[in-house]
Write a protein that binds this ligand. Sequence first.
Ligand SMILES: [Fe+2]
Length: 212
Amino acid sequence: MKWTNKNGYDWCEVLDIDSMVGRLIQPDLRPGKWAGEDIRKAMGFFTKENRRHGDQRRGVTLVHNDLTGSAGMSPGISVSFQPILPGEKLAFHRHNYVAIYYWIEGEGYTCNDDEGIDREETRVYWKAGDVTISPAWVNHAHVVTSKEPVMQMAIHDFPELCYRRVMMSEDPDGHENLRHMVKGVVPSFNNLDTLEDLEERSQKISLSTTTK
Ligand SMILES: [Fe+2]
């Protein structure tokens, strides 16, 4: 049966439920692998100068190119790596996706403090091999205490929130920096980024894992 759209909104359709369920089926994703050497090689590109701002993240994320309508490793999950150098502190910020961290190398602590104050009682100390969590919308900062660089692996449900158009962040923390990531006018989660910064994309990196 051909439905007639009576209201003039051509993008709105009355559909049977089975057809709708058919549209929900996602493309098959092939099993994959991201080689440790590639990840470390990419991380090696990041030096002290290679940050736009004091609290700007530097790092790489793993992307599965079979995904459509999302980005990351799986439709709802991203896995990222970032080096944090000795003496560095990633300033307080918050976001409504959860952050699960596996600390691969180095030593330091994460301060989870909603008031954005680095105080002993809200610090979670970690060293290589530890796993920590900063729940959604908890204000957090990472501080390196080791002489060696820290290597962090972060697992986020960030893509899922973007897909649902509900991803929000305050980065750096503070209500004046509240951003709704999914709007096209907000190309970065960091409120300190200027358009010029983003055009330069000094942190943009892409390593092909296919042999040529
Ligand atoms: Fe974070």
